[in-house]
Design a protein around this ligand. Structure first.
Ligand SMILES: Cc1cc2nc3c(=O)[nH]c(=O)nc-3n(C[C@H](O)[C@H](O)[C@H](O)COP(=O)(O)OP(=O)(O)OC[C@H]3O[C@@H](n4cnc5c(N)ncnc54)[C@H](O)[C@@H]3O)c2cc1C
Ligand code: SF4
Length: 291
């Protein structure tokens, strides 16, 4: 708001709605998380650490402890996309002739294009995508529930399927994903407090000593967080070694489309998706071996 990216007539503080706060295990082994639950509560939840470790791991990397005390999981899911040409003051943006995402009709990052490529840069959504999360959205007429993967449009400007009169109220993680071990790895400039410039979540499940399923989610390198297609087919039924982890890294790097929206170069961010995916696959395999 200080940068005049948003000039709302009214501000609505949601913190008083206690029904939208809390982590509630469900009889089927799944869990319901209120959208106003703080990232700190998620990071510190024993239940989530035991059953959905990739989520507590990702939540623990958001910003800094102070911001995690205030920031909510709902806000993290809904976080605006980011771009070096957008997260600037009004004077700065005016000097550049604005851009598609706010007040203009051109893109400085992809000149000649009509699409905004601002990067979706929240940490928990790739973990939630790996866990097959669903969200509940409420408006004055009722509620609807949709898979989180359908919430994001892939457009940097109009990045989420949410009307101005709607709120995200709850997040659901299915019991079927509770046996998955997982880790989150993140590239950032300042280790103590920074948005991801590339982020990877990996989850795996073992059954009878074999790798039965694996999922990989990425963030900060596209206008939406994405699941890496083909990850399960590549990894399932195999013994995870360096070569296989590298192949998973190649697969993840292929779907990244980072542009010059952030501090580090697109080439470096794509390369770090490759490297972090490899490391995360090896770490998740070790974790699932132990369980
Ligand atoms: C210095 C700094 C560093 C940061 N670093 C990171 C980082 O490393 N990783 C990261 O992921 N984020 C980071 N953030 C962003 C932010 O702190 C977190 O994403 C936090 O989770 C946002 O939660 P919030 O409740 O404060 O949401 P807000 O910032 O209040 O809201 C974010 C957006 O979502 C909307 N919104 C919020 N709740 C709902 C709801 N229930 N339903 C519908 N819409 C909603 C708001 O209207 C707004 O558009 C950083 C922020 C700062 C200032
Ligand atoms: S990607 Fe282009 S349109 Fe989108 S915020 Fe950046 S400069 Fe603006």
């Amino acid at each position: 708001m200080r940068q005049k990216l948003f000039e709302p007539e009214y501000m609505l503080d949601l913190r008083g709605i206690s029904a939208l706060r809390g982590i509630r295990p469900q009889p089927d082994g799944g869990v319901e998380i209120g959208a106003l639950t703080s990232l700190r509560a998620i990071e510190r939840s024993d239940f989530l650490r035991l059953h959905y470790p990739v989520l507590t791991g990702a939540a623990a990397t958001v910003a800094s402890p102070v911001l995690r005390n205030m920031g909510t999981i709902g806000g993290n899911i809904c976080l605006d996309t980011r771009c070096l040409w957008y997260n600037q003051s009004l004077t700065w943006r005016k000097g550049c002739g604005f851009c598609i995402k706010k007040d203009g009709d051109l893109c400085h990052v992809a000149p000649g294009g009509t699409k905004c490529w601002a990067a979706f840069s929240a940490d928990t959504p790739p973990a939630l995508l790996c866990l097959n999360a669903e969200i509940e959205i409420a408006n004055a007429c009722g509620t609807r529930r949709l898979p989180l993967r359908d919430f994001y449009t892939g457009l940097g400007d109009d990045y989420r399927q949410l009307q101005p009169n709607e709120l995200v109220t709850r997040i659901f993680l299915p019991g079927s994903m509770a046996g998955y071990r997982g880790v989150y790895r993140k590239l950032r400039v300042r280790g103590s407090i920074d948005y991801p410039l590339a982020g990877v979540a990996v989850v795996m499940k073992r059954s009878n000593g074999h790798l039965a399923d694996a999922r990989i989610g990425i963030t900060a390198v596209n206008p939406a967080p994405l699941l890496v297609k083909g990850a399960s087919e590549l990894l399932s039924g195999k013994a995870v070694d360096q070569a296989l982890a590298e192949a998973a890294g190649d697969l993840a790097a292929k779907i990244c489309k980072p542009l010059t929206t952030s501090a580090l170069t697109p080439e470096y961010r794509r390369e770090m998706i490759r490297v972090f995916t490899k490391r995360a696959v090896l770490a998740a395999a070790q974790m699932s071996d132990r369980n």
